[in-house]
Design a protein around this ligand. Structure first.
Ligand SMILES: [Zn+2]
Length: 320
């Protein structure tokens, strides 16, 4: 029954809902996107694993939120890894990067904790940046301590504490594959169900059964099995409704204009001093590796233009 991961092909996110509407779920295979990320970076295996989990999780959360915009998921670390970032936009286009401490060694058995929370100062940050912002509106940002020893647990705790949503995640990633399962209990407000005709007690029973079925899913099985097979294997005894599949993909939103704006924010003096020393300012995109270079002429044009700095790089993203 197991499917060998294909080297090409389209990524798929499959949403489903239990027929009594007590539980919703999503299965994702984001392997093609993940391989696009890895093509551009060579990270130690434990870093790949954590970032691969985050990439699947960002798409799962993004598709699940009643929110039209980008989600940026970050872990700020205090160990050998400084920062992990995954961005997913409203069309499920993703990019991801990791920043390691220069010269740091990463043991093969490193965990989320030893990589990013060695002194208990790691932070998990979710930023929701709406597409249709009113002028002056700031993106929503949630920042919590790194509570858990894997990405799934950290997000489950965040969703429960910050969003009051019972959420369970199963994530798996290696050099070729990144897949995940998300289950979420549909919320009751003041004892009233949002969508299900079930009593709260029966809805809870459905939720517990769904989590039990999800918990039979082992990492190896998730790595080796396509999601179309998994959905049947896990939930064959349940009546579930599936929605039209969505197709996440890799995309980097960097542009020469954005890099130019960032240089403007650095200031003319700073940029000119680098050009005086090195002949040019060279910037590589941390996400896709795209190279941008500005020489003396480019720089003069950049600062001669009176166009305002329009596209500000959000806080935490200024890593070019
Ligand atoms: Zn880029």
């Amino acid at each position: 029954m197991s499917i060998t991961p294909t080297t090409t092909g389209q990524d798929t996110l499959q949403k489903f809902i239990f027929d009594n509407a007590a539980v919703r779920g999503e299965l994702i295979d984001i392997s093609a996107t993940w391989r696009e990320v890895l093509k551009r970076h060579d990270y130690p295996a434990p870093v790949k694993k954590v970032l691969g989990h985050m990439t699947a999780a960002a798409a799962l959360l993004s598709a699940n939120l009643k929110f039209n915009g980008s989600i940026v998921m970050q872990i700020h670390g205090d160990g050998p890894v400084n920062l992990l970032v995954v961005e997913c936009d409203a069309e499920l286009r993703l990019r991801a990067t990791a920043k390691l401490v220069t010269g740091a060694t990463v043991p093969d058995d490193a965990t989320l904790t030893t990589l990013l929370n060695a002194q208990g100062k790691g932070r998990f940050v979710i930023t929701l940046d709406p597409l249709d912002k009113v002028p002056g509106q700031q993106p929503y940002q949630g920042i919590v301590p790194l509570d858990g020893d894997d990405v799934a647990t950290v997000i489950e705790n965040y969703m429960l504490r910050s969003e009051q949503l019972d959420t369970k995640l199963w994530l798996a990633a290696d050099d070729h594959v990144s897949r995940g399962l998300l289950l979420q209990k549909l919320p009751y407000h003041g004892g009233k169900a949002e969508a299900t005709p079930l009593s709260e007690e029966d809805a809870l029973e459905t939720w517990n059964r769904a989590v039990m079925l999800g918990s039979t899913l082992k990492e190896k099985e998730l790595l080796e099995t396509g999601i179309d097979v998994l959905i049947q294997r896990l939930f064959w005894e349940e009546t579930i409704r599936v929605f039209d599949p969505l197709h996440p993909q890799f995309h980097c939103s960097c542009t020469r204009e954005k890099v130019g704006n960032m240089l403007k924010m650095l200031g003319r003096e700073e940029v000119e001093s680098v050009i005086a020393e090195l002949g040019q300012v060279a910037v590589n995109c941390d996400f896709c590796g795209q190279h941008y270079a500005y020489d003396k002429v480019d720089c003069a044009q950049l600062f001669a233009s009176d166009a305002p700095v329009e596209t500000l790089i959000p806080a935490g993203e200024a890593k070019h």
